[in-house]
Design a protein around this ligand. Structure first.
Ligand SMILES: Cc1cc2nc3c(=O)[nH]c(=O)nc-3n(C[C@H](O)[C@H](O)[C@H](O)COP(=O)(O)O)c2cc1C
Length: 191
């Protein structure tokens, strides 16, 4: 199997991207293989803190506060099923390394081999808790562009990405929902 995670063009693409990106192995616990600088800036974690771990670590603050995120995790579980949807987008409460909570608008897409087997999962994260709608629109455009540009890089590995821009347009309600989630969190917690 080609070692996609070490593949130089893909790494370069990740590092040049202005939006947060993460790539995980499609193994039993979806260990992270690669994250980029905007991901590190958003979460406060270095690549060495997170590579090899499951991204659920962001749902618990370093001080131990845990956000259950039941609804978001149900959606992610459904997506991760072999016959689940090609993409998922959900707001999910996360914590930065400095303990600050934020609402992460998480997008995930499956990268499949020609055989149909899922090889990797690509994700992108965006902080919608304090962002204005126009910033989310700009992010969506960038995400759509990223998905389009990543396709030819994966072709060499005979791997296809399933997500397209058309599947991710639901910004206004999502941002409103996220703001409510954060307001509730801030009301009920000591932050
Ligand atoms: C590539 C990738 C990136 C992910 N990024 C995040 C993230 O930024 N924040 C988050 O809370 N969960 C993220 N997840 C989801 C969790 O890793 C996990 O799949 C989710 O919490 C559901 O599983 P669990 O109920 O076993 O924790 C990501 C998953 C993958 C595969």
């Amino acid at each position: 199997m080609p070692q996609l995670e070490i593949d130089r063009p893909l790494q370069d693409f990740f590092q040049k991207s202005s939006i947060a990106l993460a790539l995980a192995h499609a193994d039993a616990d979806n260990h992270l293989a690669l994250v980029n600088e905007p991901f590190c800036k958003l979460t406060g974690y270095d690549s060495s803190d997170v590579v090899g771990r499951n991204c659920r670590m962001l749902q618990t603050s370093p001080k131990g506060t845990h956000a259950p995120n039941d609804e978001a995790r149900d959606k992610i579980h459904e997506f991760l099923e072999a016959d689940g949807p090609a993409t998922v987008r959900t707001p999910i409460v996360n914590f930065r390394k400095d303990d600050q909570p934020f609402v992460n608008l998480l997008f995930m897409s499956k990268l499949k081999a020609g055989s149909g087997q899922v090889r990797y999962i690509l994700a992108s994260q965006f902080d919608v808790s304090r962002a204005h709608a126009h910033l989310l629109q700009a992010y969506d455009l960038e995400l759509g562009d990223t998905l389009a540009k990543i396709k030819p890089l994966l072709d060499d590995h005979n791997i296809m990405i399933e997500g397209t821009l058309a599947t991710i347009a639901n910004s206004t309600t999502t941002i409103a929902q996220a703001k409510l989630t954060l307001a509730e969190l801030e009301q009920n917690s000591p932050y």
